[in-house]
Design a protein around this ligand. Sequence first.
Ligand code: HEM
Length: 371
Amino acid sequence: MLRIYGKVVECGAELAQALGAYADAGRPFDGRRVYGNYGVDVVMRSEFGLESGEQLRPLPDDTFRRMAQDNVRPKAARLLAILLLPKWLRRALGVAHPTRDTTIDFFFRMIRRAIRDVDGGSRDDYIVALVTANRSPIDTSPDTRRGDDSEQSPKTRDLYLTDDELMSNAYVFLSGAYDTTGTPLSYATYELALNPDIQQRLYDEVMGAPVGDDGHTIPYDTLMEMPFLEAVVSETFRRHGFNYRIDRRADRDYTLGDTGITVKKGQRVQVPIHAMHHMAEYYKDPYVFDPDRFMPDQRHLLQRNAYMPFGAGPRVCIAYRFVIMVIKVALTMVIRQYKFVRSPDTDVPLRIVSNPVLYLADRVVVGVERR
Ligand code: HEM
């Protein structure tokens, strides 16, 4: 995380600059779009060591953004075909995945190029980390060895990624990171605009934090330990977490505590995350944005497992710490310079679009003023 922190901060500085154009023009901005560009920039820099330029100037060719959008919002017709048509017909029609083949090819070409350019380059990014980790000898010291005592057991050799696995890892990171940071950031600034007292508390905490010589970089460890910032981000994910539910299939019969309910092997169980986050049983006034629930003096009142925006257990989101870091960097960098306000175009409540999987607003418009 520390390895890419500096790059994320660079993106945050450009985000703050990009918001200046809206503030100076007295125009509100749509967070989904502006923070979406920040998300693109973060991925391009931290994964591929490339500067997208996406935030500060409209690219003549915004293929990356279009492809990334296609990736996270596949067409309904493709989804339906996958659900309804037999495999042989889907193959014949070239509908193997929800995402179009041209989109997948675009990303795979990009990843292949980035992997090829690792040698001899001076980049320091996620692809470089993946490739070099893959080439490094595996640490077989006793405390890291799994299971047997031989110097190089088949198990330890298996820890190397194949080329396909390496490509897939890079693809998951790339495709998963597009909308995922921009959307919660939009919700966070939306809530700050509607709750000026909360915004002021966050501003005070940010301004009280130590910064580096450049006057704006809060050291990584400090950033991750700022209690009110943590509380605002956590409450944003509670109130506006965007996975409605996760599911699991039972691999054996399992009785749930003393409820008398047995989940049979093979049955699917849905965990309604979004609904749980809004149950009065777990959260007082659940529709109120109240970061104090997550402050250290109140945290003990929270119910374990009634909060799971990133899932829970062994299949918890792999990018959890990355996402939180990227959001915290952006929030601290923009709030230092700007105040977010409710504008006539701000939707209260948000207009949530119909989507079976994700909680998404069609726009998150907020006004912005220089401090
Ligand atoms: C706001 C951002 C994000 C949220 C709210 C989120 C949420 C989730 C949730 C709820 C799960 C399911 C966990 C479960 O079934 O228990 C998950 C899994 C996963 N997420 Fe994320 N995610 C986010 C960002 C990302 C990003 C940026 C990446 C890309 C690197 C990513 C990659 C994954 C992967 C690979 C899994 C599957 C993990 C596994 O099955 O072992 N996520 N995420």
